[in-house]
Write a protein that binds this ligand. Structure first.
Ligand code: HAM
Length: 418
């Protein structure tokens, strides 16, 4: 049979790995709900303008990476490349527009047409949160601290948090002027993309990963200097709260993040297990325009990449979550015994016991092999003779000892023994 592999940048996730995914998700749900967050599930595809408007038309994601197609009516749809824009679209139907705070978390697949590599997929999975409706430094700090708590809860205690401020619209005018004067003198040595960014959105230059551009960017003047006192004070309050909460961080004014909606606080998280080029999480404060609204809606949030979290856990050699153990394997010789076993299995499973059993006509030896492979604690053996005498043999798989148990007491006996 021809072997079909999944498309590049996608993967099948089997039980061994899925267990780790469930661990990431259930821990997220526990940690986030302790901060008052509740789950929100949005569609995997949205109208394309939700992302175009939300993320910014000049961003790498919107320009080059979206999976966009037309529905039957000719309307443009896009597989979500991230969670924030869809969450904001969903919340626009609630009373959040009146200034009521909403705290939501989400997890699920996202899609970006990037070149696949270690930790970079075309279908990847994010766990994210959004705190929407209010704007205050302590909200930003709490959000970053919650991410720190979450990473610690999944065993990643030494992640590196880099933070910066992007100011607000009025800070950008003098800051852009400063950057424009500087980069104008270096454009001839910069990549073609940066030359376009210089014309269209100069901030995107700070995000360039080309090495020659990187050297020039490193020497750029510190534009945060010309932000207003109010914006500087906002950032100072965020930092003071992080200090109080003992969240370690470093400040880097080159950090602008890849999406256009950010204002004030932005942050990115890396880990030595993956290298500093690959972020395991990123986020910040943003302002997004909801359909039909004249004023933008404020929010702060982050998303972590599950694939990358698992790679870090592997690099740290953290043990995978334990696999559930089969408690009982039911061996049946003959149709009547198998049927009786099915009844017993249903009863035990309703009670939450993990049961495996033989459903086909196979030899005793073959069934015993399956029972051994299942690593069950006990095997229950029944054939025509046992059925006729209303008993079953229960075998302890660890020491090989056997007892005969009356069929009326079988359920209680097993539940008590496992
Ligand atoms: P982002 O930085 O584009 O932010 O993505 C967040 C995280 O998703 C990254 O740090 C990374 O771990 C993971 N990620 C992104 N692209 C890939 C990929 N191709 N393969 C594997 N993992 C990937 C956002 O998406 C924002 N929506 C975060 C946010 C929420 N900001 C405010 N609220």
């Amino acid at each position: 049979m021809a072997a079909f592999t999944p498309p590049p940048g996608t993967a099948d996730i089997f039980e061994n790995e899925a267990r780790s995914w469930r661990f990431l998700e259930s821990t997220a749900s526990k940690v986030f709900s302790s901060y008052g967050y509740g789950e929100l599930r949005t569609p995997i595809f949205e109208y394309t303008e939700v992302f175009q408007r939300g993320l910014g038309g000049e961003t790498e994601v919107v320009q080059k990476e979206m999976y966009t197609f037309n529905d039957r009516g000719g309307r443009s749809l896009t597989l979500r490349p991230e969670g924030t824009a869809g969450v904001m679209r969903a919340l626009s139907n609630t009373d959040v527009a009146n200034g009521t705070e909403q705290r939501v978390f989400y997890y699920g697949p996202m899609f970006r047409g990037e070149r696949p590599s270690a930790g970079r997929r075309r279908q990847f999975h994010q766990i994210g949160v959004e705190n929407v409706g209010r704007c205050a430094p302590l909200i930003d700090a709490e959000c970053i601290a919650m991410l720190h708590n979450y990473l610690c809860a999944i065993g990643i205690k030494d992640a590196v948090f880099t933070i910066n401020t992007r100011g607000v619209a009025e800070d950008r005018i003098p800051a852009e002027k400063m950057l424009r004067e500087y980069f104008a003198g270096h454009l001839d040595k910069m990549c073609p993309d940066c030359r376009t960014r210089f014309e269209r959105n100069i901030w995107r230059i700070l995000d360039c990963k080309q090495s020659e551009c990187g050297r020039i960017i490193a020497e750029a003047p510190d534009y945060v200097e010309c932000f207003t006192d109010a914006s500087k004070a906002y950032f100072a309050e965020v930092k003071a709260a992080l200090d109080l909460l003992k969240v370690p961080y470093q400040v880097n004014s080159r950090l602008v993040r890849g999406l256009d909606y950010y204002v004030h606080t932005v942050f990115e998280v890396t880990h030595s297990g993956l290298g500093e080029q690959i972020a395991i999480a990123g986020g910040g404060r943003y302002e997004l325009f909801l359909p039909g609204e004249k004023r933008p809606l404020p929010g702060v949030g982050f998303a972590t990449g599950c694939e990358r979290l698992l790679l870090v856990r592997e690099a740290l050699q953290l043990p995978p979550p334990e696999s559930p153990q089969t408690a009982v394997y039911l061996i049946g010789l003959g149709a009547a015994a198998r049927l009786a076993n099915m009844g017993l299995a249903a009863q035990l499973r309703n009670h939450g016991v993990r049961v495996e059993m033989e459903l086909e006509e196979r030899s005793f030896k073959a069934q015993m092999r399956s029972a051994n492979r299942s690593q069950a604690k006990f095997a229950v053996l029944r054939g025509e003779n046992e059925l006729a005498s209303h008993i079953a043999t229960v075998k302890n798989m660890a020491d090989g000892s056997q007892v005969e148990v009356n069929e009326n007491e079988l359920f209680d006996y097993i539940v008590k023994s496992i």
